[in-house]
Ligand binder design. Structure first.
Ligand SMILES: NC(=O)c1ccc[n+]([C@@H]2O[C@H](COP(=O)([O-])OP(=O)(O)OC[C@H]3O[C@@H](n4cnc5c(N)ncnc54)[C@H](O)[C@@H]3O)[C@@H](O)[C@H]2O)c1
Length: 443
């Protein structure tokens, strides 16, 4: 790499200009980590509405307080922009754009690819391009590098390439961007050094031998969760039949200080990562003629969970209330896919809502984080539905409350006192005194 030394010198003096491409759940906190260390960051996003929001000191995401963005702007170190010409002025370009699945459940790399096509017209010698988006092994080397080399510049000689997966966990009170060790993989020693220097001031880096190992490691982390969640969901259904409380089983097993890690069941699996990433590997494995049986088996279990939960709700309504689901009034508590955030991506609550409606129930939902269901591809018919407000008379009027997400701002004790029946997929019993727990059916 011709200009490695100049790059490393700039990094040592905290003079690198960073450009974060895609200012969403991942990109915005990453940009913040740089400004906190006094390093200049350009934030490039194709969505001009997001850019104007940030210029006005607003994050546009509930779990990131507006003050944090206002502070970034006030520091004079953060420059949000929708103008692609800013790409040429950065030393390091960190790509944090979405990597979803398409309608056939295959990887959709169109955001990464279009970013590279844009980038190639602004690329200049001495820059490093680092992909942070989750993807299958080989993306950096086989998809990105050939597009960027259409610029006439050569990767590893004129410009550097690296892959460094994001491990951000929005809403996690214990870990944030700068306290989660960051994997950094590049295909030459020089590029690894440059990538390491890009991150060293904001986070502890863990260097890995090449981009493919880093890409595969990220998928491994999320597949590990996917498979273990599938296992615990299966155990829940088995123990339920045996009249054993799976939550007590997990608590008991978790007292072992080694060789066991607790995972928790739920009404399905949501989010932009765990629900999607395993299929990136499945798709790539097919190209190599191998199957991913664990991933697909866990998928079979996880994907049927919403139906299982609705089936159990029907049983409980029958047995305890002598009512059919059709015609019953159901309150769905929690629309976001996990507690205390507003992220609705791939949330199983949408399927629960759909199944309830298709089975003839009258459904409302309660979620202060999701005051209104946003526009979405899978269930466009529910966009615009609004959360009910906490009102004791209204809550007492439902035949059952189905708890899908255990947001901590809900008074579960009071909810249990008011509702005739709670059907609970998240173990809210832990917030409810023992004498009230008879009203809760764990499913
Ligand atoms: N959300 C998480 O918790 C999380 C955690 C780890 C990894 N990831 C991965 O990080 C990546 C980004 O996820 P996210 O949750 O931040 O997505 P997001 O949807 O919150 O944000 C993506 C941003 O990129 C912008 N964008 C799209 N195309 C662009 C382009 N061509 N140029 C510039 N900006 C563009 C969008 O406008 C949006 O603001 C994904 O690959 C995801 O799998 C996400």
């Amino acid at each position: 790499m011709k200009s490695k030394d100049a790059f490393l010198k700039k990094a040592k003096n905290k003079q690198l200009v960073i450009c974060v491409i895609g200012l969403g759940y991942v990109g915005l906190p990453l940009a913040e980590a740089y400004t906190r260390q006094g390093i200049k960051v350009i934030g490039y996003d194709i969505n001009p509405v997001r850019i104007e929001q940030m210029k006005a000191g607003k994050s546009g995401m509930l779990h990131i307080a507006d003050e944090r963005v206002a502070k970034m702007i006030d520091s004079g170190l953060f420059e949000p922009s929708a103008d692609e010409n800013v790409l040429a002025s950065a030393d390091a370009l960190l790509i944090c754009v979405p990597t979803p699945l398409d309608e056939h459940h295959n990887p959709d790399l169109s955001y990464v690819i279009s970013t590279c096509h844009k980038l190639k017209t602004h690329l200049r010698p001495g820059q490093i391009v680092i992909l942070e988006s989750t993807t299958y092994p080989g993306t950096t080397e086989q998809i990105m590098t050939p597009i960027l080399e259409e610029s006439g510049l050569v990767a590893g000689e004129d410009f550097a390439m690296a892959y460094s997966p994001e491990r951000e966990d929005p809403g996690n009170a214990h870990y944030e961007t700068s306290t989660i060790p960051k994997l950094v993989g590049a295909d030459s020693e020089a590029e690894r050094e440059m990538a390491d220097a890009t991150y060293r001031d904001i986070v502890k880096t863990v260097l890995v031998p090449n981009t493919r190992v880093a890409e595969a490691a990220k998928l491994t982390e999320n597949i590990f969760r996917w498979v273990n969640i599938g296992l615990v969901n299966e155990l829940k259904m088995v123990f339920d039949k045996m009249n054993i409380d799976v939550w007590e089983v997990i608590k008991a097993a978790d007292s072992k200080p080694f060789g066991y890690m607790a995972f928790y069941p739920g009404p399905g699996v949501g989010g932009h990562c765990i629900r999607i990433d395993p299929y990136y590997l499945t798709w790539k494995a097919r190209e190599h003629g191998v199957s991913t049986r664990f991933i697909e088996l866990a998928g079979e279990v996880n994907i049927q969970m919403p139906r299982h939960v609705i089936g159990r709700l029907m049983e409980e309504l029958n047995i305890r209330q002598k009512k059919a689901l059709a015609g019953s009034k159901i309150l769905l508590a929690g629309m976001a896919y996990k507690p205390d955030i507003d992220d609705m991506r791939e949330s199983p609550s949408m399927e629960l809502l759909d199944l309830l409606k298709k089975n003839g129930a009258h459904v409302d939902y309660l979620d202060s984080y999701v005051p209104e269901i946003p526009p979405n591809h899978e269930y466009p018919q529910y966009a615009g539905l609004k959360s009910i407000k906490w009102d004791e008379e209204v809550i007492a009027s439902y035949d059952a409350v189905l708890v899908a997400t255990d947001h901590t701002d809900v008074d579960y004790k009071r909810l249990t006192e008011l509702a005739p029946l709670i059907v609970d997929s998240r173990n809210i019993s832990r917030f409810v005194p023992e004498k009230l727990r008879d009203k809760i059916a764990k499913v």
